[in-house]
Design a protein around this ligand. Structure first.
Ligand code: FE2
Ligand code: FE2
Length: 278
């Protein structure tokens, strides 16, 4: 999508404030800007699927790249804003036996979207497993955005209940399908991310239909409801709010995430050391 850079910078507070933001704050500010634009104008401003396809060869990386792996990788639009560093940053080392909290502090921070989603679940008195699922629902995106629901569920399945893994896996497909009974509508922002004439492919529809009939449908649906309202770049939520829930519902391996020989240990190592060349 051709984003009008100068207009966006002015709209999100000018060049100085854009420079002061970290990468994630910038990406979120752009999303908020686009949602505001949508409120003010018709969705017809959104590109078509063909427009987005035509942009593929203008990019230096693909839009499905994991957020840790490229400048601009945090944004679903694959856009680097002026003021954003031109190169990736050197990452701090993790402790020898890293915990989920270590990963949050040293790899996922500031994780505003995750924290805001989980905080919303907490304040709406949703159960602890749903709060945890909201906190973890997009972690797959650090590795790869394409099919992040499935990647995230695979990453987390050894450490959470099957219901939490189910909710994380299916939230991705559910995002495309409204459920008026709980006030969930198709996200207008998806017209920009996927194209205004986008139709989800058959495997996404099949996943939705499977989930719709499943006893844990509402667990996955609650993630999508909290998802919708969790893109405020100014929202700061303290990770410590969730320490107890993580302690009760996340099976932290004593060897550390990445070193416990679980089926997803290699995925944690990739997040831990994304600069390893092979
Ligand atoms: Fe997601
Ligand atoms: Fe999300």
């Amino acid at each position: 999508m051709q984003i009008e850079r100068e207009k966006i910078i002015a709209a999100i507070g000018g060049a100085k404030s854009v420079e002061a933001m970290d990468d994630e704050a910038r990406a979120e500010a752009v999303e908020v800007y686009l949602m505001k634009e949508l409120d003010e104008g018709p969705a017809a401003k959104a590109p078509t699927v063909a427009d987005l396809e035509n942009e593929i060869e203008t990019r230096t990386f693909r839009r499905g790249v994991g957020s840790l792996f490229a400048v601009g990788g945090l944004s679903p639009f694959g856009e680097r804003l002026p003021g954003e560093p031109e190169t990736v940053r050197r990452l701090p080392s993790l402790p020898a036996k890293p915990t989920l909290l270590d990963y949050f502090e040293l790899r996922f921070a500031p994780a505003r979207h995750a924290l805001q989603s989980a905080d919303r679940a907490l304040t709406q008195n949703m159960d602890e497993e749903v709060v945890l699922a909201c906190l973890l629902h997009d972690l797959g995106q650090t590795l790869i955005k394409t099919d992040h629901g499935w990647w995230g569920a695979q990453l987390l399945r050894p450490y959470v209940s099957e219901r939490v893994a189910f909710a994380i896996q299916y939230h991705q497909a559910l995002r495309f399908f409204p459920d008026p009974s709980v006030g969930y509508e198709y996200p207008e922002q998806y017209n920009f991310i996927f194209g205004r004439d986008y139709a989800p492919p058959p495997y996404i529809r099949a996943a939705y239909e499977h989930c719709r009939k499943h006893k844990w449908y509402m667990s996955a649906r609650l993630i999508t409801i909290n998802d919708l309202y969790s893109f405020d770049p100014d929202c700061v939520v303290d990770l410590n709010k969730f320490t107890d829930i993580i302690g009760w519902h996340f099976k932290q391996p004593p060897e550390g995430l990445g070193f416990d020989d679980s089926p997803s240990a290699h995925m944690w190592r990739a997040i831990s050391t994304p600069d390893t060349p092979l």
